[in-house]
Design a binder for this molecule. Sequence first.
Ligand SMILES: [Zn+2]
Ligand SMILES: [Zn+2]
Length: 243
Amino acid sequence: MLPPLQFLIDALFPPQCIPCGKKLASSHINSHTGTFLSVCEACFDAIPIRTGFVCSRCGARQPTLVNGCHKGTPIIVAATEYSNHETQALIHALKYEHVRIASLPLAALIAHHIATHEEIVERGPFILIPIPLHTKKEAARGYNQSELLARELTKLFPQTFSLCSDSLIRIKNIPSQTTRKTHSERASNVHGSFFVAKPETLVGKIVFIIDDVSTSGATIREAARVLKHAGARNVLGLVVAKA
Ligand SMILES: [Zn+2]
Ligand SMILES: [Zn+2]
């Protein structure tokens, strides 16, 4: 039975599936993803989970997490494709419509990808660092969407990921990467964006940088550069979707 307050909230604001608008019962438990009030089972099942990994420089598929085609650039673990309609709807809700709960199914997509690639868990444990927002942008949004994803993943994989939110700092407030056209423009735009505040926590560690979407890979490559410079042994990327 639902608690009285939840019953009242549901009556006033019936939960809806973000991608398709279908009304959801808050007591409904999605068998894949636990209880969330933001996506129906059909929409969740319509999101294909990728196999393998992605080179952050050229986008080529990588069969394993080591020895990628571009040496020295991070390999990205991407759960799905941004071109998928349901994925886009969930990411848009999380980033631009203040729907924090959308972080749960998005983290579940990453969890599905990890569950089918044993290599990831076997190589852990990892430090998990969310791509930071500039303080002005985070204040405007009220949260960092990548940090919400990171929190969910550390709950789902407590032995594999240990969250570190205060080490990587964004020192440059740049316009959204989606407004930039070419890959080289994106790379020069993001250069000098990050600063590492607590290098001693990273020395010799393998770090996963988590973000919602990777487009050109420039943000993850720049974050990886400063984290390695600060002493991280290896840096990998983790995103919901590859655009
Ligand atoms: Zn739906
Ligand atoms: Zn490559």
